[in-house]
Ligand binder design. Structure first.
Ligand SMILES: *Cc1c(COP(=O)(O)O)cnc(C)c1O
Length: 412
């Protein structure tokens, strides 16, 4: 089985087994040991000096976490993956392990709120960041300068659902030898593989679709193997001397971002996420079907002003999304007409949960202006096109009739 190229789900289901855990177990066991003991101290020395594979201390490596990293690498068709305690830990590690003072980053202005706020922190320690409209590669070209090291985008932006011009940005980054980081959380590797648009590093919040059940936090960074780390000035001399060029980036991320940064994923959470990921394809098929039906229903309703969903033909990047993604996923947002109050409407929903998470099996809804974008203030929200009545939905895998009925009874 290991020698034959299998489909997405088959590969996931058999990944642990092929690592040959004890007693023919089908899951990698949950290894709770923080440290490993050696009969002969030379074994410990060899692991420390990278002469032998093995484990020394769980902050920087654990067999249960490694088995999950191995699965994510396969899902993303990548080279190597490092897992973290949360998606934000993975994002922070990418910046802090690869950038230096005075480096310049070009980032999409449509970003997950905390990705945006960690960038604000980075600017205060000497990293310059330009925010651009990533739905147009021309804006990225204009922001480019000699100090630019990295371009950071998301696939489908939250809550506006803008789709970045992922393909053209990949070509631009390759031309200018820039690290191209794609946060694939909203699409997940089932709907989209950033390696296909020449991404260098892929971020996933495992908390969302990959874990999928809202019961564990996690994050990951995958090196696609496409970036030529030989040309990257910020690799530490010791890493340059001791690893093959292809492994420079991920090794520096593991050492600086994970070992030194310390945002380690627990083996218990790794196990929960790993089991959750087995049904990623099934859940996303169902979620995407539900979301498209609901988006059509809402866009035809007289009390709904506007629906943002890449699966609708009216969406400005519908063409790009159709070309790049297997389906359109579960993220959607909509504005209510002035006759109906956003909070009153939300309180009428009986199946849909009022909650801030995304990528759960359950359908979740949140009033954007009063919660996740509240800190920004009215003026900034207006600039970003966030209407006071905007509601973000993360569509789950419920029976579609129950969702349609819930929205029907609440919209009056
Ligand atoms: C949730 C999310 C993150 C952060 O992930 P956590 O696991 O909550 O830290 C990053 N990027 C995107 C696009 C997200 O939706």
């Amino acid at each position: 089985m290991s020698s034959i190229k299998k489909g997405f789900t088959t590969t996931l289901l058999h990944s642990d087994r092929l690592l040959q855990p004890e007693f023919g177990a089908l899951h990698q066991p949950v290894h709770t040991s923080v440290t490993w003991g050696f009969e002969d101290v030379n074994g410990l020395v060899d692991v420390f000096q990278n002469k032998k594979k093995g484990y020394a201390y769980s902050r920087q490596g654990n067999p249960t976490v490694n088995a999950l990293e191995n699965k994510i690498t396969q899902m993303e068709n990548g080279l190597s993956t490092v897992a973290f305690s949360t998606g934000m830990a993975a994002i922070t590690a990418a910046f802090l392990s690869l950038l230096k003072k005075d480096d310049h980053v070009i980032a999409s202005s449509f970003l997950f709120g905390n990705s945006r706020s960690i960038m604000q922190t980075l600017t205060e320690i000497g990293i310059e960041i330009s925010f651009v409209d990533a739905t147009n590669v021309k804006d990225i070209e204009q922001a480019y300068k000699p100090a630019t090291r990295m371009v950071f985008v998301e696939t489908i932006a939250n809550p506006g659902t803008q789709v970045a011009q992922l393909d053209q940005i990949g070509d631009f980054c390759q031309q200018h030898k820039l690290i191209y980081i794609v946060d694939n959380t909203m699409t997940s590797p089932y709907l989209f593989k950033p390696v296909n648009v020449k991404a260098s590093l892929v971020i996933n919040s495992l908390t969302k679709y990959i874990g999928g059940h809202g019961d564990a936090l996690g994050g990951s960074l995958t090196d696609t193997g496409l970036y030529d780390w030989n040309t990257f000035a910020n690799i530490a001399p010791l890493i340059r001397e001791s690893t093959a060029p292809a492994m420079h980036g991920i090794t520096q991320i593991r050492k600086r971002g994970l070992r030194d940064g310390g945002g380690t994923l627990s083996p218990e959470a790794a196990h929960v996420i790993s089991v959750g990921s087995e049904t990623l394809a099934l859940r996303l098929e169902r979620t995407s079907n539900n979301a498209l039906l609901l988006a059509n229903f809402l866009s035809n309703h007289k009390l709904v002003k506007k629906v943002n969903y890449p699966g609708l033909e009216s969406h400005p990047q519908h063409q790009t999304a159709s070309e790049l993604f297997k389906a359109f996923g579960g993220l959607m947002s909509f504005e209510l007409s002035d006759e109906i109050d956003c909070l009153t409407f939300l309180n009428r929903l009986k199946v849909v949960v009022k909650s801030s998470n995304l990528g759960d099996t359950r359908t979740l809804a949140i009033p954007v202006a009063k919660t996740i974008f509240h800190e920004l203030g009215a003026e900034r929200r207006k600039e970003m096109g966030i209407d006071d009545s905007l509601i973000r939905l993360s569509i789950g895998i419920e029976d579609i009739d129950d969702l349609l009925e819930d929205f029907t009874q609440a919209l009056y």
